[in-house]
Design a protein around this ligand. Structure first.
Ligand SMILES: Cc1cc2nc3c(=O)[nH]c(=O)nc-3n(C[C@H](O)[C@H](O)[C@H](O)COP(=O)(O)OP(=O)(O)OC[C@H]3O[C@@H](n4cnc5c(N)ncnc54)[C@H](O)[C@@H]3O)c2cc1C
Length: 301
């Protein structure tokens, strides 16, 4: 079932049809905060009032022209300016294929540099999502390069990849911040652990590696057992609550989000917005196919 949704997530025709469907907003509202910057800023302000940080994701990936990539940069520059103007505790989270990586690595690097420069000026930060393993090396290359030049970069590492321990070792050595997640793409057994139990086990190993030796890591998961284990490890090793943060996705496990904040831990919610929602939305369905039944029920209401 997971593979089926991930296969559908790459279907261009279905994507066009769904993203322009009149019921799109009703369908996506649980996972996508809105279509405009104004809407997502209102969500961030609410999160701020609840003591929660945000990471803004202007949805989009695998752009097909460099002008589209420049458009993505412009959208994110506007987001950084608005975050600064409203003094919101928020970062931006980008995908390198949204910044033109499929078309020109040099142009993509230049776009990420320009965003990182603005983030430094405005006192924010750029988080770089990790896409499929086709992009891992190039994403890490861009992240470490721009982190070296501007600072303020946080790069995602996926616990399902067999290579991740070595990648974290390198990022820790370079002082680059990491967001640790399980991984959301369709990967073969050669590069990724096929069994969920192995992914969870590796997540624990990587979480400890980051807490012990990393720079302000973000532990991104809705898995209560892994959150408890992170808290236990931090307490036992005298790692203060200001030395790491938890991250969760907008619309997922609100109960757990509130619990983590109430317990005194830092939480950042990843908040997607925009009209290019289809691949993101399908990955959320792939993680939990039962979501389909809830969505259909809501649509029929
Ligand atoms: C802040 C953040 C950023 C991320 N960035 C990336 C990235 O850059 N690259 C990448 O590959 N992946 C990314 N992910 C997605 C991640 O890889 C996982 O696919 C996703 O978080 C589900 O894994 P989990 O850790 O929550 O654990 P799971 O074991 O999958 O889930 C634990 C529990 O969380 C709840 N849950 C999880 N997913 C859903 C869902 N879709 N709908 C409803 N409930 C759900 C369920 O209650 C489930 O039992 C990100 C995740 C987060 C939280």
């Amino acid at each position: 079932m997971r593979r089926f949704f991930l296969y559908l997530s790459r279907h261009a025709g279905l994507r066009r049809w769904m993203e322009t469907h009149p019921s799109a907003r009703r369908l996506t509202q649980r996972f996508v905060a809105g279509t405009t910057l104004e809407e997502v800023l209102a969500v961030c302000a609410t999160l701020q009032s609840e003591g929660t940080f945000a990471a803004l994701d202007h949805l989009g990936e695998n752009v097909t022209s460099l002008s589209e990539a420049t458009g993505s940069l412009a959208d994110y520059l506007a987001a950084l300016d608005a975050i600064a103007a409203r003094r919101l505790p928020a970062t931006v989270s980008i995908k390198v294929t949204q910044f033109g990586l499929d078309l020109s690595e040099a142009a993509c690097l230049d776009n990420v540099r320009r965003l990182a420069a603005r983030a430094r000026e405005t006192g924010s930060q750029v988080e770089i999502d990790m896409e499929s393993s086709l992009y891992t090396d190039r994403t890490l290359g861009i992240a470490t390069q721009v982190a070296g030049e501007f600072g303020g970069i946080r790069c995602v590492i996926q616990a399902y990849l067999r290579r991740s321990q070595a990648d974290i070792e390198r990022l820790n050595r370079l002082g680059v911040e990491v967001r640790l997640c399980k991984g959301a793409y369709d990967e073969g057994a050669g590069v990724a652990f096929p069994e969920k139990a192995d992914v969870d086990r590796n997540y624990t190993v990587l979480m400890r590696q980051l807490l012990d030796h990393g720079t302000y890591p973000a532990i991104a998961t809705h898995d209560g057992a892994l959150i408890d284990e992170t808290i236990r490890h931090a307490r036992e090793n005298g790692i203060g609550v200001d030395r790491f943060e938890f991250q969760m996705l907008y619309g997922i496990r609100r109960d757990l989000q509130r619990k983590v904040v109430a317990a005194g831990y830092r939480l950042r919610v990843y908040v997607p917005y925009g009209t290019a929602w289809y691949p993101y939305f399908m990955r959320r369905l792939a993680e939990r196919p039962a979501n389909v039944f809830f969505l259909v029920r809501n649509l029929l209401r």
